[in-house]
Write a protein that binds this ligand. Structure first.
Ligand SMILES: Nc1ncnc2c1ncn2[C@@H]1O[C@H](COP(=O)(O)OP(=O)(O)OP(=O)(O)O)[C@@H](O)[C@H]1O
Ligand SMILES: [Mg+2]
Length: 270
């Protein structure tokens, strides 16, 4: 890859985070190369969102360091925020406004020149031009998610966090979002995404990391992860393990996750 000699776009070192007695992150380390797509896999409650919130400066780690686009998340949070976008589970879309008005509003809030031109460009990039003058309330789930991602990308941040970008979407809408993500990476944007869908990681990611019991237990390319399990021989045809089989072999019985621990520890904010 051409980015080998460059600084990683995201560098995470020995990050820990606890909610009271619940030790969610117990020393997380990884790098994300600039311009690559990195998928963070983990069972429910593994700490994916917690990590994304730390990297996007919404939450402070207890110990450890992380840099994003060269800026330290704890000592230079303002610079980090200028370098990133975050699309979470809950869309920032204003339903009363049209898709176009939503985009113009974000461009104005970010003090960008030519907000109308930016909005039109984004609508085109996300195949929303025809729907641009309709209220977002009339959009399908896939359209709304594309608009949400488009809004987060106004201003072209170099690093993009997508926390479960396709949860709840139908296969067609997921494919549309995947195309968008692939195009972003092609244009040089660094993408860290979390997902429950293993086929999403297989489709998109240059590297895949598995977060389990507070640490990264595996980190590699899809081919590297697949080598962890021997391919099963069915008659004379070699069958490669799917990422799902590799994942389940790695994390084992999923009933033993941090969610269980949360119940016994008592959750703070739900
Ligand atoms: N504000 C909070 N207070 C207390 N516990 C929390 C808080 N936020 C998260 N947790 C707990 O920390 C653990 C990790 O949560 P987190 O949301 O990071 O997991 P996740 O990997 O994103 O899960 P999911 O796949 O369900 O989105 C869970 O057990 C969760 O209940
Ligand atoms: Mg989450």
């Amino acid at each position: 890859m051409t980015t080998k000699t460059r600084e990683p776009a995201i560098r995470v070192r020995a990050i820990t985070k606890s909610y009271k007695d619940l030790h969610v992150l117990r020393g997380v380390d990884f790098d994300v190369a600039a311009g690559s797509i990195f998928a963070l896999l983990g069972s429910n409650g593994a700490g994916k969102t917690t990590l994304v919130r730390i990297l996007s400066t919404l939450l402070k780690a207890n110990t450890g360091t992380a840099t994003v686009h060269g800026f330290d998340v704890s000592s230079a949070p303002g610079d980090v925020r200028k370098s990133i976008s975050l699309t979470g589970q809950f869309a920032a879309v204003d339903e009363v406004l049209t898709g176009r008005e939503n985009l113009v509003l974000v461009a104005k809030l970010r003090h960008l020149k030519n907000p109308d031109a930016i909005a039109d460009d984004m609508l085109a990039r996300f195949s929303l031009t025809d729907a641009g003058n309709r209220r977002a309330a009339t959009y399908s789930g896939g359209m709304r998610r594309r608009l949400d991602i488009a809004m987060s990308l106004v201003g072209n941040p170099p690093v993009v966090f997508l926390d479960e970008p396709t949860t709840g979407l139908d296969p067609q809408a997921r494919t549309e979002v995947w195309q968008t993500v692939k195009q972003l990476a092609k244009d040089g944007t660094t993408i860290l995404l979390t997902t429950q869908y293993l086929d999403e990681a297989e489709q998109l990611a240059d590297r895949i990391a598995v977060l389990h019991k507070g640490t990264i237990i595996q980190n590699g390319t899809l081919a590297e992860l697949k080598q962890l399990l021997p391919s099963a021989k069915v008659e004379y045809v070699e069958k490669q393990p799917t990422l799902e089989e590799v994942f389940l072999a790695l994390v084992g019985d999923t009933s033993d996750t941090a969610d269980e621990a949360a119940m016994s520890a008592g959750e703070e904010s739900r």
